[in-house]
Design a protein around this ligand. Structure first.
Ligand SMILES: Cc1cc2nc3c(=O)[nH]c(=O)nc-3n(C[C@H](O)[C@H](O)[C@H](O)COP(=O)(O)O)c2cc1C
Length: 212
């Protein structure tokens, strides 16, 4: 593979929030999920579960749950400016109602191998990497899925905003076991062909240091 092609893919991926909910062929959804499953994970624990929701009613119910939660929270707040902020933000939480598929990403917190070794043989050095390692593993899978969706030409967005209604969404979609909803990935068809401008990035000089 031409490395420039990969860089171009990574650099042109955008969070696309305006999407058409026409169905995505199952084989494309499978390719997207397969990219996630290929991600690295701490101690190769693969502490993830991906629930691919294409049922429109269920997607609608999840969005309604998030919207209702925002309203409930607004009901407890009297500040008019806070209401305005919530009103402005709610679209970033509920736009997935127009997606073709929502991939609910669940994490199972686990003890990384290093943490198990340290707690057994050198408890004084034990650093809790538990949640950290499992969350990083699922995050790696999510980015892989976003890149795969982009490579296939779909609109997609990583979302944690809907977790405002985490319990309510988990009541609708959750595998058996100790899974916890970590994020959702909305995938749909792009509304327009035009490229979205990249939100500004912090400069390389500010964010990267080299120790030669
Ligand atoms: C952990 C995480 C959570 C995010 N949650 C949301 C969200 O709930 N709603 C949303 O519209 N965008 C969400 N985003 C997308 C970010 O706003 C977006 O990545 C950022 O503005 C940079 O834009 P880009 O993805 O187009 O480069 C999330 C991104 C990440 C990594």
């Amino acid at each position: 593979m031409d490395p420039q092609e990969f860089l171009q893919l990574a650099k042109t991926r955008r969070s696309v929030r305006t999407m058409k909910p026409t169905p995505i062929p199952p084989e494309h959804l499978e390719m997207i999920v397969d990219a996630g499953l290929a991600a690295p994970s701490g101690s190769n624990q693969q502490p993830w579960h991906f629930a691919v929701v294409t049922n429109k009613d269920l997607i609608g119910e999840m969005a309604k749950a998030a919207e209702a939660k925002v309203e409930e929270i607004k009901g407890r707040i009297t500040s008019a400016s806070a209401h305005k902020s919530f009103d402005g933000y709610v679209q970033y939480i509920t736009f997935f109602v127009n997606s073709s598929a929502v991939i609910c990403c669940f994490v199972e917190p686990y003890r990384a191998l290093l943490e198990r070794l340290l707690s057994r043989y050198a408890p004084e050095c034990s650093v809790s990497t538990r949640e950290n390692a499992s969350i990083q593993s699922v995050a790696a899978a999510i980015e892989n899925m976003l890149l795969a969706a982009h490579a296939l030409g779909y609109a997609a967005c990583w979302m944690t905003g809907p977790l405002i209604a985490k319990e309510e969404i988990e009541a609708l979609v959750k595998p058996e076991g100790k899974w916890e909803l970590l994020a959702m990935v909305a995938v749909g068809h792009r509304e327009a062909e035009r490229e979205l401008a990249a939100p500004p990035r912090r400069k390389r000089e500010e964010t990267v240091s080299y120790y030669d």
